[in-house]
Design a binder for this molecule. Structure first.
Ligand code: SPV
Ligand code: MN
Length: 624
């Protein structure tokens, strides 16, 4: 008998072994056997797609204290460690084979050295725990987009979350051909006290792209542990690079136009900048809120949602602004809350939920009371700013009916948006594909938020909202975008949006719901049904069209003053931005395409020309 079978027979009960043997794939067996030898679990549970198995995962997450039931019997709450509340960019590294480099923008380590650290940290990491083995599919099943994934974890919370967020794939694994590329995820929460990872100083996410394996260690926060989310995205970007498609940090939605026309949009915004809320805007339908794969098929760009659920930021979710999510979170659909406050009556509260602040409860710091401070003397808010909800999309009243279409949907437009207080207008269309890729995607900047560890509110380079996950040299990634549509007969439009413009006093100058109008305007542009004004940085809306759209969709009087203030071309800020972006690419991206510098230079000279004629701050009416 070979070593793999020996390990599996020793570690698995007969029932679990037979579940595994029903998947006739040697590599699957080897990966699991290797993980068993390394992590030395007390027991192994192989989860199939049955209700019995998935219910066992949920119940065990509760029994082990990783989740706690709430008053609503369909809901639970999970807490991550006090220092483990967001994605840890610093400890996320690519393991790079000798002689290779991914460029200065990506954090990386010599592969052999990284694997030594992995071995040391995972050795015996499950010796008093049960290992869960799960099978999933990224993207719809049996589709050109499908990627099968094996997830191993010792966290039943992780396994349970994935059940809400991804398509079950045990049966799919039984029928995939032997040579099919598979992604492999191995996670251990490490040592636990009160169900919380304690070795967070040895936290790490290590991406061995040579073997398509991602290791996640000593952490529980979903963004660091849920293999199918950002860990698989990093592998998918490499696969997409090899195969000529794109793996993106984007929502996918249908914007509903006149006569119920549905036009599909993707949108890339950094975490915490309105991506989920845009995909949920009233009067439209959602396909996905976070991850999209894009391929050119029969000359058209088509996209799918990689996931089937939402791991969303709960802060500021209110019944008024987010009625669909609000309803799901108050229904009998399964939901996991994380890092919210649990009240005495087993309800949950989150920041800016529209009610008076609570005085006490349980949160990620334990027993919480008003005025509680951390070790540094900082006041602990009643819930974490990055508190989240995990739900399946199937509970949403605005779910688009194409979610599981194996061919995906035709994409009419792509949006790039960041958190930018002083530069970009609320919405504009790029001059063409290349201009959009370079001046919007590759030039995206955004202020940091609570979705990652570290300081907040700092303007950072965030190309394509995907920098945290890009796993190939950045210049190559940009070139792939430029080339992507070369065989397309219909090229999607590219837009930028900015929901975060402020006036000199520091107040936002657009309303939260105004994105409704920007979406409707973009939809009309896709079909050439509305005019636009050409400015040095792109096409912006005509006042009268916006006025009508505001009236029609928000029942709001939109003033010419607001329009002028929001859509003025801020030349000095735009020139500063070009200088910043150009410098980053010159200094840190040795393979940046020449087109990038050319397109930025053209934009600079258009801006300088306009500045000479019209001044620093140019009213949109002057371009009309
Ligand atoms: C994000 O931070 O972009 C998220 C949540 O969507 S995480 O799972 O942390 O990636
Ligand atoms: Mn995200």
């Amino acid at each position: 008998m070979n070593e793999t079978m020996e390990t599996l027979e020793q570690a698995l009960t007969e029932a679990n072994l037979s579940k595994l043997q029903a998947i006739p794939n040697r590599k699957v067996h080897e990966f699991i056997a290797n993980a068993i030898r390394l992590c030395k679990p007390m027991k192994v549970f192989v989860c199939n797609d049955s209700k019995m198995d998935t219910e066992y995962i949920r119940r065990t997450a509760i029994a082990r204290g990783e989740e706690t039931p709430l008053a609503n019997p369909y809901q639970t709450v999970h807490f991550d460690g006090f220092h483990d509340q967001a994605r840890d960019k610093e400890s996320t590294v690519y393991l790079v084979p000798q002689g290779e480099t991914l460029g200065k923008q990506l954090s990386q380590m010599e592969r052999e050295k990284g694997l030594e650290i992995v071995k040391e940290r995972l050795d015996g990491s499950m010796n008093n725990k049960k290992m869960v083995v799960r099978f999933f599919c990224l993207g719809p099943l049996d589709s050109p987009f499908s990627i099968p994934v094996v997830q191993i974890t010792d966290s039943f919370y992780v396994a349970h979350s994935e059940d809400l967020l991804y398509r079950r794939g045990y049966d799919y694994f039984r029928r995939i051909p032997d040579g099919k590329e598979i992604f492999w995820m191995l996670h251990s929460s490490g040592k636990l006290i009160h169900s919380v990872s304690t070795d967070w100083k040895k936290r790490g996410v290590m991406i061995d792209y040579q073997e398509n394996i991602v290791y996640s260690m000593n952490t529980q926060y979903a963004g660091n542990t849920i293999g199918l989310k950002k860990l698989a995205l990093r592998l998918a970007i490499r696969k997409a690079d090899r195969e000529g498609w794109l793996a993106e940090h984007m929502f996918l939605m249908a914007v509903h136009g006149p006569s119920s026309r549905r036009t599909y949009f993707t949108g890339a915004y950094p975490s915490g900048c309105g991506k989920t809320s845009t995909s949920m805007v009233r009067g439209n339908t959602i396909v996905g809120d976070d991850l999209t794969y894009l391929r050119v098929m029969d000359g058209k760009v088509r996209g799918v949602n990689v996931e089937r659920g939402i791991f969303g930021i709960i802060r500021s979710v209110t019944s008024k602004d987010d009625p669909v999510i609000w309803d799901v979170l108050h229904s009998n659909k399964p939901a996991i809350f994380s890092n919210v406050l649990v009240t005495e009556d087993e309800g949950v509260r989150w920041l800016d939920d529209g009610f008076d602040s609570p005085k006490s409860g349980i949160n990620h710091s334990g027993e919480w009371f008003l005025g509680k401070v951390d070790r540094e003397g900082e006041e602990i808010p009643f819930a974490h700013k990055n508190a989240r909800y995990t739900v399946g999309l199937d509970g949403l009243s605005n779910l688009d009916d194409t979610l599981d279409d194996p061919r995906g949907v035709e994409v009419g437009a792509i949006i790039y948006g960041g958190r930018d207080k002083d530069t970009w207008v609320p919405v504009q269309q790029s001059l063409d594909w290349i201009h959009g890729v370079i001046t919007m995607g590759a030039s995206l900047e955004s202020e940091t938020t609570s979705a990652t560890l570290g300081p907040r509110g700092v303007r950072m380079f965030q190309p394509f909202s995907n920098l945290d996950f890009i796993s190939i040299p950045l210049g190559k990634y940009i070139q792939n975008h430029l080339d992507f549509v070369k065989d397309a007969t219909k090229v999607p439009l590219i837009f930028s949006v900015n929901y975060f413009l402020k006036n000199k006093q520091g107040d936002f100058i657009t309303d939260k719901l105004d994105k409704t109008v920007w979406l409707k305007w973009m939809e009309l542009r896709v079909h050439n049904e509305v005019d636009a004004i050409e400015t040095p940085t792109g096409f912006i809306p005509v006042y009268d069209d916006l006025k009508e759209l505001f009236q029609c969709h928000l029942d709001k009087e939109y003033s010419r003053e607001d329009y002028v203030l929001q859509f003025e071309t801020r030349v000095p800020e735009l020139l500063d931005k070009i200088n910043r972006i150009e410098k980053i690419y010159k200094d840190t991206v040795s393979d940046a395409p020449k087109a990038l510098f050319d397109v930025l230079e053209e934009q600079r000279s258009r801006l300088l020309d306009a500045q000479m004629r019209l001044g620093d701050c140019i009213s949109p009416l002057k371009f009309a």
